[in-house]
Design a protein around this ligand. Structure first.
Ligand SMILES: [Zn+2]
Length: 110
């Protein structure tokens, strides 16, 4: 015998609200919707462009390169042409790791 399904979400019967209250709630909802649209128009924000801007916006923390801007010359990696911030021994993390791997491969202890 299959298990009875759990009701998902609010499953109130339509007759839960008295008709007067239901129409009042609908009127409030309409008024709020109209008010929001009017406010958007008054602020010069087009309702057509707003959803696109929301969906194309990046989520989460911005990338570090964009967030911190250009690295000061005295803090840059010493490798010519590399503009990353130096992490250790005057090298950026990528060049430091490359250097470290190179020394490990050569048998040196780092
Ligand atoms: Zn580097």
């Amino acid at each position: 015998m299959p298990r009875p399904r759990k009701p998902t979400g609010p499953s109130l019967p339509p007759s839960a609200l008295p008709p007067a209250l239901a129409s009042w709630a609908e009127a409030i909802g309409d008024a709020i919707g109209r008010g929001v649209i009017r406010a958007l128009h008054e602020n010069g924000i087009s309702t057509a462009g707003a959803p696109a801007a929301v969906t194309t916006r990046r989520r989460g923390r911005p990338p570090k390169m964009l967030a911190s801007g250009p690295v000061a010359p005295e803090r840059r990696c010493t490798v010519p042409g590399c503009e990353r911030e130096s992490r250790s021994k005057g090298l950026c993390s990528a060049h430091y790791q490359a250097e470290r791997r190179r020394q490990l491969a050569a048998g040196k202890k780092v």
